[in-house]
Design a protein around this ligand. Structure first.
Ligand code: GLU
Length: 476
């Protein structure tokens, strides 16, 4: 029987998670889910200087928001914990000792300045710098205060990566590297190999930036006499310009910021999955269940995936349209403007129904709906600056709006009755909808856009509609 699939998401607690970071959690989660395996959350906090207070909580909140769950981790424990690297020092020391005993690790005698000088020398001689060229002949006994270095056995490698294919590298890619720093913490290079083994990780999924170090890790696996897991280097998520990897430095937003702007977790999940993966068809919309079913390692693409916020907006709009009105309303509750509190749920739902079709994210709700909750001041610019309306004089517009008011007054304000009457009015006035309907819409909303006119008036109701039309008439 083959081993149960175990994957891991191993963030360093250095800040919030952006789209690229969460995509790095999504793929291992899908690999595990689909094989009835487990996802392990491991906190890689060995670079204590880079640690950001509160980052772990934010990470967990982010993953939970989009529904990525882990089976073992620092908070829930598990059989191979602890799941935080700073609590696993004993393990690293035990494995480091094994290397020392085999003559495969040594105390690094150089000060940072001496190392720098060696690097400069190599540069001056136009030679690639390899630490192993400067190994000390008689290294001091390691007392825990010096860095401990892996003694590599350089050779050429050929290996397979599930995404990047068959790869190879020459011996120059293998060098001695620090495994335990002088502060007693292991390096990423060492700790992840030890942890992945001790945690029975079957698939190592990580960013492409690590692929050039793979020969070094292969050399370390051999020295430690542990098997190499399945390697899955994921394509970068590129910034909007498609040129550089998405990064906080270049303004990538926290995923929680998208939540706070009213993006739906199912849309975000769908979007993230599409960054570097497709199922080989034209399908773009995937539910979580479909992702469990259809995700395939061999369909992860090699090329970087561009982060296209327009596409995210489109997807979110799609997912918003799928929601029932009650669900949409329940989820949108915190996004309404203060004035909306004066109205009951039923009214707000009617408003929401009118904008559901074109709503892209909830933070747009106040802008799209403000006129449903308060009278906006009459803004003549909307009329005078309107391409169609400016062809008519104010007198002509006034006469037209008077006529419209008389017709609208007759209505029972159901959307269908308003539709009929407005259409009749088109005929009796001989005007184009671009003129007649724009005029009525501007008069009754004072907004440049609104949902369908009859629907809008129906929800606004008789009293508000007529009051606003009168205010505009008085200004014309
Ligand atoms: N801590 C590493 C990072 O945040 C994880 C890389 C890996 O998954 O091995 O980049």
């Amino acid at each position: 029987m083959s081993k149960p699939v175990r994957t891991r998401f191993a963030p360093s607690p250095t800040g919030f998670l952006h789209v690229g970071n969460v995509r790095a959690a999504l793929f291992p989660w899908l690999i595990a889910k689909q094989a009835n395996g487990q996802l392990i959350l491991r906190i890689e906090d060995t670079d204590q200087a880079r640690e950001v207070e509160g980052a772990i909580e934010i990470m967990k909140e982010t993953l939970s928001w989009i529904g990525i769950s882990w089976d073992e981790g620092p908070d829930i424990g598990g059989p191979v914990g602890p799941y935080t690297q700073s609590e696993r020092k004993e393990s690293y020391l035990a494995w480091a000792q094994k290397l020392i005993d085999k003559g495969r690790a040594y105390a690094d005698p150089y000060t940072p300045e001496e190392l720098e000088a060696l690097r400069d020398k190599a540069k001056a001689e136009k030679k690639p710098f390899l630490f192993r060229d400067y190994r000390p002949d008689n290294p001091p006994t390691w007392d825990g205060t010096q860095p401990l270095r892996f003694k590599s056995e350089p050779k050429a490698y050929q290996w397979h990566d599930e995404v990047m294919g068959d790869l190879s590298a020459g011996p120059e890619a293998v060098d001695d590297f620090i495994i335990i720093k002088s502060d007693g913490f292991p390096t990423y290079n060492f700790a992840h190999v030890v942890d992945d083994y001790e945690m029975s990780i079957t698939h190592v999924t990580r960013g492409l930036e690590y692929i050039s170090s793979q020969p070094k890790y292969l050399n370390l696996y051999e020295a430690l006499e542990i098997p190499v897991p399945i390697l899955v280097h994921m394509p970068h998520v590129m910034g909007t310009d498609g040129k550089k990897k998405l990064s906080k430095r270049d303004g990538a937003k926290s995923l929680l910021q998208y939540r706070d702007e009213g993006f739906l977790p199912e849309a975000m999940l769908n979007f993230l999955a599409s960054l570097g993966w497709n199922d080989g068809t034209e399908q773009e919309i995937f539910t979580r269940e479909e992702l469990f079913e259809k995700f395939r390692l061999d369909r992860i693409q090699k090329a970087g995936a561009r982060f296209d916020e327009q596409r995210l907006l489109w997807m979110n709009g799609h997912w918003i349209r799928q929601l029932t009105l009650d669900d949409l309303y329940a989820r949108s509750k915190t996004f309404w403007q203060a004035e909306a509190n004066n109205y009951d749920d039923d009214y707000k739902k009617q408003v929401l129904a009118l904008i559901q079709e074109r709503l892209k994210f909830f933070a747009e709700i106040p802008e799209l709906t403000s006129f449903f909750f308060k009278d906006l001041p009459v803004n003549m610019e909307l009329i005078d600056g309107n391409k169609q309306l400016k062809k008519l004089s104010h007198e002509e517009l006034k006469a037209l709006l008077e006529q419209a008011k008389a017709t609208i007054e007759q209505s029972d304000f159901s959307a269908s009755d308003l539709t009929d009457r407005l259409n009749q009015l088109l005929e009796t006035t001989g005007q184009k909808p671009g003129i007649l309907f724009s005029l009525i819409r501007i008069a009754s909303t004072q907004a440049p856009f609104s949902p369908t006119l009859a629907d809008t008036l129906s929800v606004l109701g008789r009293e508000t509609t007529l009051r606003r039309i009168e205010a505009t008439l008085a200004s014309l």
